[in-house]
Design a protein around this ligand. Structure first.
Ligand code: ADP
Length: 368
């Protein structure tokens, strides 16, 4: 059973972990221009720290990262609060959404070379490696300030891919068509998905590198290594707490940080594409359209009553059931290009972000 943060005022973990902030936040990140000779579009030119104007249309967000922002800026505003919330016992999700080539992968993971211990490349690390680093350093810091308490932690990671409407295990490529059982007692989980125990940043990095190298990618007009699947990396944190003088653990918490990197929101440019590519493109488009439908239904629900939210219309929306409208703190990063040839996709991305902003999640501390 879960208890709300308010009821559980005497929570056993250090005060520093809990962060009072909105349950749903939406950020926009503008990628730098690939070709400095091109003119930036007018959309990207009218940017403030929390808004972006597109012609007459002004979009408000929690923060807008200009093309000069760096990976640390994004981590500080998006990643740090979510790690604090996860350590306090909340489920959290970060989801990247945008057109192919707009910087979803760069923002979420960063270049693989920056993940291994290479001090010269580490400033390029994306949110995922920074999150694992912060989790282990926060746990270590807390262990030094226990003040008569004992807290044991256990962390596990999983990494899955939704490709052509099938759930595959990125940590065990033999597992290609995993099921989400209908099991109201145990909540939402993917049957047989590998969960590896991690005790250090290095362990988590190995898992990230292994999973990312197994992701399906293919060439599109926009990007020579475009992602062909939706991927979800999950970091599970369990903790048990007791007074040092007591024999029994008095409370335990479990929370998840899920990092969701979606397929690109792309134009239909399938001329000359292989059959496999066309098939992948159709599934990718369908999964984003089902996601859009769920978001629209939830956003409309804040104005009137909630209708039936079509979570089961696709694997992706089923997996995101708690992240969208459920027991979770959510941050969405909409990545956009500053190039006016992409204005169509940019506008679609901003509209998606705007709808997400009106979703009301109901996060609670997951205490057992
Ligand atoms: P997506 O995952 O949305 O398809 P990528 O993250 O692969 O896009 O980005 C496409 C290219 O643009 C990559 O070469 C990436 O390194 C570069 N890029 C994206 N965002 C940024 C950024 N904020 N700063 C520097 N380079 C970026």
């Amino acid at each position: 059973p879960s208890k709300s943060a308010e009821i559980n005022g005497s929570n056993c973990q250090s005060e520093g972990f809990a962060a009072p902030d909105p349950a749903v936040k939406v950020f926009v990140r503008i990628r730098p221009l690939n070709d400095p000779k091109r003119e930036p579009s007018w959309a990207a030119a009218q940017v403030s720290p929390d808004s972006l104007s597109f012609g007459e249309r002004k979009f408000m967000f929690d923060s807008v990262f200009s093309s000069n922002s760096n990976q640390e800026d994004v981590f500080q505003l998006v990643g740090v609060p979510l790690v604090k919330n996860a350590l306090a016992g909340y489920n959290t999700t970060i989801l990247s959404y945008g057109q192919t080539g707009s910087g979803k992968t760069y923002t979420m993971w960063g270049p693989p070379s920056a993940m291994v211990e290479d001090p010269s490349g580490s400033s390029l690390q994306g949110i995922a490696p920074r999150i694992s680093q912060m989790i282990f350093s926060e746990i270590q810091r807390e262990q030094k300030n226990l003040e008569g308490k004992q807290i044991n932690y256990q962390c596990r990671c999983s990494f899955l891919e939704v490709y052509n409407e099938q759930i595959g295990d990125l940590l065990d490529q033999t597992q290609r068509n995993l099921e989400i059982p209908d099991d109201p007692k145990n909540g939402l989980y993917v049957e047989n998905l590998t969960e590896e125990y991690v005790t250090s940043y290095e362990d988590a990095t190995q898992i990230l590198i292994k999973g990312l190298s197994s992701r399906k990618v293919g060439a599109t007009g926009t990007n020579s290594k475009s992602s062909r699947s939706n991927i979800i990396f999950t970091f599970i944190i369990e903790s048990w707490c007791k007074e040092a003088s007591s024999k029994c653990f008095s409370s335990s918490k479990t929370s998840r940080i899920s990092l969701v990197d979606l397929v690109g929101l792309d134009e239909d440019k399938l001329d000359g594409a292989s059959r496999q590519h066309v098939r992948e493109g159709k599934y990718a488009k369908k999964s984003l359209s089902k996601l859009g439908h769920v978001v629209k239904t939830l956003a409309n629900g804040t104005l009137g009553g909630y209708g039936d939210v079509p979570y089961r219309s696709s694997c992706l929306t089923h997996l995101l059931r708690e992240s969208l409208g459920g027991n979770c703190k959510l941050a969405v990063i909409c990545t956009i290009s500053p190039d006016n040839i992409n204005d169509n996709q940019t506008l679609k991305t901003l509209r998606f972000g705007e709808r997400v902003k009106s979703i009301r999640n109901k996060p609670v501390i997951n205490e057992i």
